[in-house]
Design a protein around this ligand. Structure first.
Ligand SMILES: [Zn+2]
Length: 198
């Protein structure tokens, strides 16, 4: 192998879900088997790096200041579904059971892994709860100790002068997993059967 090949392989190996062998396979594919495709991939990466960012309101992926969901006036902005990651949001959207807006935390509290409140997208949630007419916060976080700690933290930091209903889904979802691994039907009934959290 050449130094440049090894450098590429090293970077690929750092991507989630890729081990040494798969990084090697991808590097070979890109450089040797399908080199004609490489400029398109480089261009797509550059374009995505330039234009994709976090929605300033909810943390979802966006190409402007706000994501498609936040920009859609038909969405009910009084209901906010709090999820850990963007794929969780996509799973809830796919279930078709929710027409409100979201807030993506980009993780969950975890003292063991050194993830503190300031590492998550929590400050902007607090700001939204103060500034927006939110009536219900639906916590769609993992059904585990860290998810529970995150739910607890959120309820402890609600504005005192507002009545905001807090509900949680996860009942009926597999223990220890997030909404991501639930199928649409399970997710739909979990959303419909959400319960008061406080
Ligand atoms: Zn948004």
């Amino acid at each position: 192998m050449t130094p440049a090949f090894e450098k590429l392989q090293k970077h690929l190996k750092q991507l989630p879900g890729l081990g040494y062998r798969s990084a090697e396979r991808i590097a070979l594919h890109l450089l040797v088997e399908k080199p004609a495709k490489l400029p398109e991939l480089v261009q797509a990466l550059e374009e995505a790096a330039r234009s994709v960012r976090r929605c300033e309101r909810c943390g979802n992926l966006a190409e402007g200041d706000r994501c498609e969901i936040c920009s859609d006036p038909r969405r009910n902005s009084q209901a906010v579904c709090v999820v850990e990651h963007v794929p969780d949001l996509i799973a809830v959207e796919r279930s078709g059971a929710f027409r409100g807006t979201y807030h993506v935390l980009h993780g969950k509290l975890s003292p063991i892994h050194g993830i503190a409140p300031e590492d998550l997208n929590l400050r902007s949630l607090e700001a939204r709860l103060i500034a927006e007419p939110i009536g219900e916060l639906i916590l769609a976080l993992s059904n585990d100790v860290e998810g529970e700690a995150t739910c607890h933290f959120i309820t402890q930091h609600l504005p005192q002068d507002k009545t905001i209903a807090v509900t949680r889904i996860g009942f009926g979802l597999p223990s220890g997993s997030g909404v991501l691994y639930a199928d649409s039907t399970t997710l739909k009934s979990a959303l419909e059967g959400r319960r008061d959290y406080r």
